[in-house]
Design a protein around this ligand. Structure first.
Ligand code: EPU
Length: 360
């Protein structure tokens, strides 16, 4: 973990009057689903000190707060009454070059894909399998983003948070983040959980040296076979991942969406055998602990949902795990569609699908 001296505590005297509080802000451009909602009050957070200013503010300090990153994991069903803290902390830099790793720091507001590109351009590979995942660097550890054989937890060194009650900053090492599949301490609200209690202001990524490719994922193997490139470099893997994602996942800048809408459910080997007995074609992945992960997209597809809609909320026709906004969808339509999918998957497979995004 980086030395504490590299991360000075937030010591400058905060002055509440520096804060700009915007009112009645349209959140449509700030959520990748493009859902309509208004923030009664919104404060842009451009540094950890800004969080401290909010905490020390005579009114905002005590008000409920909602932390907004890239809005890529969010379904807005109504206007947001809590004060929205829109995290826009910039900056990327190499903070340490160790024999075994490069340690790269990113402000929580940095766009994740820009961090992936920047690290590659600078010669610090290691994030390429997670190219094009929408959202910000600060949100990456919250739901432990992942794709093509790699998760944020595999590359995270530490996270800086600022407490929303005390205004104090702390550095949490990756080992204390309680990472799970699309889960972390930042999402958990039970004992010791940090959901709603703090703002992530900086992250440090650890990019192992020497670089080793993460292969073995079906789509990457297919690209290797197609091109005859058996020892791809990081840039090649980056290009392949971008091509694969562009082919089957909708670009939020073109068609609103929040990535996978449901988590892939994990069941016991016995449950899986039962399901295979009835549906031999189900796509499933045995896990190291003996459990089995089922492909939710396959199940939704098998129930005939591709292309189906509720209003302007629709199931993406190239990947049934992704719900999209065909234009003017409302959050309520997305939720109605999601519930109908959950019921139909439960009816056929006896599995309750759990949504990935936060529904507000
Ligand atoms: N499938 C279908 N029909 C569909 C969708 C999928 O038959 O409509 C089958 C596919 O053919 C494949 C299997 O289901 O055999 C799994 O599909 P895919 O490889 O597309 O991956 P996924 O399990 O649906 C997960 C992540 C994605 C990540 C990809 C690649 C979750 C919830 N989703 O999707 O992450 O990009 O693997 O690693 O774990 C995200 O979380 O937002 C996200 C996009």
């Amino acid at each position: 973990m980086p030395e504490p001296t590299q991360h000075p505590p937030i010591s400058a005297p905060p002055s509440a009057q520096d804060l700009v509080v915007e009112t009645d802000v349209n959140l449509r451009p700030y959520n990748t689903f493009g859902l309509p909602a208004v923030a009664r009050r919104l404060v842009r957070i451009r540094s950890a000190l800004d969080v401290r200013r909010v905490v020390d503010h005579p009114e905002l300090g005590r008000a409920p707060k909602f932390v907004l990153g890239g809005g890529s994991n969010l379904v807005l069903t109504k206007d947001v009454e809590p004060v929205v803290l829109k995290v826009e902390i910039p900056g990327m830099r190499l903070v340490e070059e160790r024999p075994d790793a490069w340690i790269v720091e990113a402000g929580a507001g940095v766009v994740w894909h820009e961090l992936v590109q920047w690290t590659l351009d600078q010669g610090y590979p290691g994030l390429e399998n997670m190219a094009l995942i929408p959202g910000t660097a600060g949100a990456a550890p919250v739901q432990n983003i992942g794709a093509y054989g790699l998760e944020a937890k595999d590359r995270l060194e530490a996270v800086e948070i600022v407490d929303l009650v005390t205004g104090r900053a702390a550095v949490i090492p990756a080992s204390a983040c309680r990472f799970g599949y699309r889960d972390s301490i930042f999402k958990q609200s039970g004992f010791g959980g940090l959901a709603g209690k703090s703002v992530i202001t900086r992250v440090w990524m650890r990019l192992p040296r020497p670089w080793q490719p993460v292969l073995g994922y079906l789509e990457i193997e297919r690209k290797m076979a197609e091109t005859g490139v058996t020892a791809p470099d990081a840039r090649q893997i980056f290009d392949w991942i971008c091509a694969v994602r562009r082919a089957k996942l909708p670009d939020p800048a073109v068609i609103g969406n929040a990535g996978s809408f449901f988590k892939n459910p994990v069941v016991t080997a016995e449950q899986c055998r039962d399901i295979i007995g009835r549906d031999p074609g189900i796509v499933h992945y045995p896990m190291p602990d003996g459990s089995v992960k089922l492909a939710a997209g396959w199940m939704i597809d098998a129930c005939g949902w591709k292309g189906k809609s509720v209003g302007d909320a629709s199931v993406y026709d190239k990947q049934a795990l992704v719900l999209v906004n065909k234009g003017d969808a409302r959050g309520a339509e997305v939720v109605t569609l999601a519930r109908a999918i959950q019921e139909s998957v439960y009816g056929r497979f006896g599995i309750r699908l759990e949504p990935e995004p936060v529904v507000v």
